[in-house]
Design a protein around this ligand. Structure first.
Ligand SMILES: [Zn+2]
Length: 341
């Protein structure tokens, strides 16, 4: 089927009329359209149970990719997971699944990440582990830059600290770049130095200050604030948790527009919570305009990731620039010519 659309094209979607796929033409429902949405921080192979997150299997990952597609997500950056499966998804995009670029395994030392999510990587093994992931096909590598200490009974309170020293990280970033891959770093501490090691993308970045954003923006680096994940406490019944979330929201309302104004590519990423529609609405609620928030999950993300698939289109009955909430219910989704909704 050749899916056609002739309503209002948004977010730099070029042309006046879109045709996706080949064969008999059929007009898609909806009045507004985007060229697909991008989830720049997703974990298709990660599942969670009462003990927290764990690495699942290919079947789980396939199911998640179908859910992403149905929600209008046509491109994913897999920010860490079950490496052989993630890299397999990246190598071969199945019909109707989002295009995937993947980071392979989570790189973190012993006791500094969710125990079921990684095999520990000692500091003197980090650069080699990076090279191995890239050799296996990873175009990104994911380094956990700070994390709570993980004891017998879970995270030790107030123990969040750097995982590797900056020299080790700089070497690892150099190894990735030399092999042609880019680096995403999980970062939640203030003035951590993680922006200075040359990482291409800061994940979460809840404590990024203006000085770090200046440096990141100057070299065209990205920040994926994963608001669905980091603001989970915003509706907590515990007032102390809500207060911490409110403080973070204040910082984000300052930092996000500052970042955009200073050249940082802010990207939308759902992590393992929420939906791309929620994430865009949160970006729009924390200092970005609706247009900027949609671009963070659209044209800006595709440009930064260097992925521009043909034949992706997501349509809506109402204008998402007026109300990003409409992104939660696409009228139709076509992924590389295949209609999945
Ligand atoms: Zn994540």
């Amino acid at each position: 089927m050749a899916w056609t659309f002739s309503g209002v094209l948004l977010d730099g979607f070029a042309g006046e009329r879109v045709v996706a796929g080949t064969g008999e033409p059929e007009e898609l429902p909806g009045r507004y359209a985007l060229a697909g949405l991008v989830d720049a921080h997703a974990h298709p192979t990660v599942a969670a149970d009462e003990h927290g997150p764990y690495l699942a299997d290919r079947e789980h990952g396939t199911g998640r990719l179908e859910e992403y597609a149905a929600s209008g997500v046509t491109v994913i950056r897999d920010a860490g997971g079950l490496s052989p499966v993630s890299l397999g998804f990246a190598r071969t995009a199945a019909a109707g699944h989002p295009a995937v670029t993947a980071a392979g395994r989570f790189l973190a030392p012993r006791h500094r990440y969710f125990p079921r999510m990684h095999s520990p990587v000692a500091p003197d093994e980090l650069a080699a582990a990076v090279r191995a992931e890239v050799a296996a096909g990873a175009l990104w590598v994911k380094i956990i830059g700070d994390f709570p200490e993980w004891g017998e009974d879970g995270p030790v309170p107030q123990s969040t600290a750097a995982t590797y020293d900056l020299g080790t990280l700089r070497q690892a970033v150099g190894a990735a770049h030399a092999a042609g891959a880019r680096v995403a770093v999980h970062s939640t501490l203030p003035d951590s130095g993680l922006v200075g090691i040359g990482a291409d993308s800061i994940e979460h970045g809840t404590a990024l200050g203006h000085r770090e954003l200046d440096v990141l923006g100057t070299r065209g680096g990205a920040w994926t604030p994963t608001l669905c994940a980091v603001l989970q406490g915003r509706d907590s019944p515990d007032p102390a948790v809500r207060r911490r979330a409110d403080e973070l929201r204040e910082r984000l309302r300052d930092g996000l527009p500052y970042a955009v104004a200073h050249g940082v590519r802010v990207l939308a990423g759902t992590d393992v919570v929420g939906t791309i529609a929620d994430e865009i609405a949160l970006l729009a609620g924390h200092g970005l305009s609706a247009r900027q928030a949609i671009a963070a999950a659209g044209s800006h993300a595709r440009d930064f990731l260097g992925i521009h698939p043909e034949g992706d289109i997501v349509t809506y009955d109402a204008d998402p620039l007026e109300d990003p909430g409409v992104l939660a219910s696409p009228a139709a989704v076509v992924v590389r010519g295949v209609r999945v909704r």
